[in-house]
Design a protein around this ligand. Structure first.
Ligand code: PAF
Length: 277
């Protein structure tokens, strides 16, 4: 695996790959590589001739300064994991390579907005779609891989590709879940033991709620779940909603829909979604 930081090195390496019409698979990350990222790299490896992974902690998508400051930075172990995963190129650009003209962002995508995370993290998706667009234009991959854990992000990125007419396939990949059924996420690696125990209890509450709903033993009332979450000291809930997978509209139906959650354990924001059928 080659590791590079500069755009001119990137272009030099990608030129022969493109000239020989080889396919390029791209996995964009902000580091703290876990099994979820590695599953995207595996899929990219099996679909493409050449696999690029990037690690770039994108400042413009953090609407909270502390979240950016405390975001886990684990480059050495990330490199070790990616070496084993057989990726061809690890791109670690510096801020000035990606944002040569300062941190400006663009609101390109207007669909799937003002709901879910967009409602609670102003500016976040402008930052995401801007940086993803910059990487897409620099690398011009054949396929790019995104996890379903960030379901709204996946939708916005797919829309970005349509709007900008990028010739890139967005491949959506299933979440990789821990032993309690929760999607893996970089932020979970900074849990203290007490927070980890709360997280475990959270998973039980959620799966119990879903199971009761499915058996029609309770009616769809998120106050019940919220009350349950208070018992385990989760008192900041951004949203608990069932939405349709296609258009992200609120629905009462369990067909092709998911339970979407965003909440906090202390200052750590947890998001996940659970398919209902
Ligand atoms: O999902 C992420 O880690 C980030 O939002 C992404 C897609 C790498 C853009 O910074």
């Amino acid at each position: 695996m080659k590791i590079i930081k500069k755009l001119d090195e990137l272009n030099k390496i990608l030129e022969p790959v493109k000239n020989t019409k080889k396919s390029i698979g791209l996995v964009l990350t902000m580091g703290n590589i876990h099994q979820g990222h590695l599953s995207l790299v595996d899929k990219a490896r099996s679909d493409n001739d050449f696999v690029v992974v990037s690690i770039f902690i994108n400042p413009t998508q953090f609407n909270n300064k502390d979240d950016f400051k405390y975001y886990p930075r684990t480059l050495n172990t990330d490199i070790e994991k990616l070496e084993i995963s057989n990726c061809d190129l690890l791109f670690l650009p510096e801020l000035t390579e990606i944002y040569p003209n300062g941190f400006s962002t663009e609101k390109t995508v207007t669909r799937y907005r003002d709901i879910l995370c967009d409602k609670f993290r102003p500016g976040h998706f402008e930052g995401v779609t801007t940086v993803v667009g910059i990487f897409f234009e620099l690398i011009k991959p054949t396929n790019s891989y995104f996890g379903e854990k960030d379901f709204q992000q996946l939708k916005l990125v797919s829309e970005l590709v349509k709007i900008k007419k990028y010739n890139i396939n967005i491949i959506s990949c299933l979440s990789i879940r821990d032993q309690y059924g929760m999607s893996l996420a970089s932020r979970h690696t900074i849990f203290t033991e007490v927070q980890r125990q709360t997280f475990k209890k959270l998973s039980k509450k959620i799966y119990n709620f879903i199971s009761l709903l499915k058996q029609k033993k309770i009616k769809l009332d998120f106050q019940i779940l919220k009350k349950d979450l208070l018992e385990i000291d989760i008192n900041k809930v951004d949203y608990l909603e069932i939405r349709d997978e296609k258009d992200l509209e609120i629905t009462n139906s369990f067909n092709d829909s998911r339970l979407f959650i965003a909440l906090y354990i202390d200052k750590i924001r947890i998001i996940d979604n659970f398919k209902l059928t």
